[in-house]
Design a protein around this ligand. Sequence first.
Ligand code: NOJ
Length: 574
Amino acid sequence: MTVSTNTSHLVHPCHPNGEWWRSAVIYQIYPRSWADGDGNGIGDLPGITGHLPYLRALGVDAIWLSPFYTSPQADAGYDVADYRNVDALFGTLTDADELIRVAHANQLRVVVDLVPNHTSDEHVWFQAALAAAPGSPERDRYVFREGTGAGGEEPPNDWQSVFGGPAWTRVTEQDGTPGQWYLHLFDTKQPDLNWENPVVRSEFEDILRFWLDRGVDGFRVDVAHGLIKAHGLPDWEGPMNMLDMTEERTPPPMWDQDGVHEIYRDWRKILDSYPGQRAMCAEAWVEPPERAARYVRSDEFQQSFNFDFLTTPWRAADLIESIDRSYRANDQVGAPTTWVLSNHDVVRHATRLALPVGEPRPNGIFATDPQPDAELGLRRARAATTLMLALPGGAYLYYGEELGLPDHTTLPNEVRQDPAYERTGHKDAGRDGCRIPMPWEKDSPAYGFGSEQQPWLPQPESYGALAVDQQEGVAGSTLELYRTLLRVRRELDLGEGSLTAVDLGPDVVAYDVASGADTVRVILNLGTADVELPSAAEVLVGSEQGLDTASSASLPRPLDPRVLPTDTAVWLRL
Ligand code: NOJ
């Protein structure tokens, strides 16, 4: 097929107003899995600080750190016992201050995770609630209710936990009798807070200030769509996962209630009272994009992860529809679209994109499951990222995706740590496979992760060849592809550009991104036939070697060949 522009329409106008979060590329670090500074098998803050120059060379603008606060680690830190301190596993508050300082010195902004939907059951508030009587102010900071049934032996309603099993646990009162039940949308060790209580609101406003005062540039807000529950906690017969809405249905009683927005308006005022464009990003699994866009109205979040894009099947029509719709919804409220393909909750895209197209997305893969084709997954992942990084807006990268890391799909079951594995009675493999320690050096113990002992999760053998030292400076490597994409994106300011759809047939995703004097055409071929590229256009970067051989050369750089095979993507300068 030969490329020629058929029809085209503007999908997204440009928004060049210099706010960093509109176009930033933010790299997610999962602290326990990135770099182990003290050699104990678990990554930590000093380990991260020591490796920040790597990220500067990669070319990202900011880092997001998953939780490193004091926690019993029942959900890898998303069960916080003290929001104002660092868990000894990861270091100290002084280490956090140093990390922020060094990041800033490396021109990297720092986004930290805020977990407001629930605390750990080891938080002083929850311990006080257990010690206090039903109806007390201590209990009112959480969601305690009497059970149903003659003796209150049945839970208050039919809600299930996202991790499997009931969303309610019954407590034993101080006199030893079976007592009230408390709500936990996630693990038993993650009791939900009562956001109708003003004490909870002021506590979190104070926690925001605590970290803003320490210099963080923003927050990624966990379960942002879950804080307010429908009045009366009505039964819910629908499925109980984080994303279970269709356009026809009203939101389930535990997700996306209108009351959440008031909370974020209050937070936005706090952020705006600090200098330096502090920003927040919502983790809100909300459909459709029009509904999700309500989180990024001008007085709420600056960003919200585009999970619609992440979950879109590998088909041209679906990708085009998702991109088009996301821009339309976000442009309506003047917000950037924030792209993402991988994170610590989903199968990495280098593995996910090799799974059968259009089938339900698993949370993890067992060794006994059919094993995805690693080569196909990597090829598609590189093409998907090549598409994503051309799109105006913000983007999040998940640690190791720049190496093309796949999930660990043959993890022994006995090492699994995600609570979802136990709580689903081992039906769900859980998310451990996407949280494997980073490989830095092929020939060092634990592939240079820093651990003298076995790291907290074992690394698959395939990680050796993918280690940083195997890819750095190697033309055609995934690492060099990411570096080139990020460099060209920055040089041509694509993140702030305008976007026009280009129709190249039903199996091709193509856009023109215009910024300043430059127009870049991104083309992704999902069909079986090759797409012929126009001979006049200059190839800036391609997802496979051969499309782009000299990834570190400076622009402009004319290249051939002129053919785009299936599952590859390219940036052309028009
Ligand atoms: C979303 C987080 O990303 C996930 O890792 C965590 O398990 C749940 N929220 C509960 O905090």
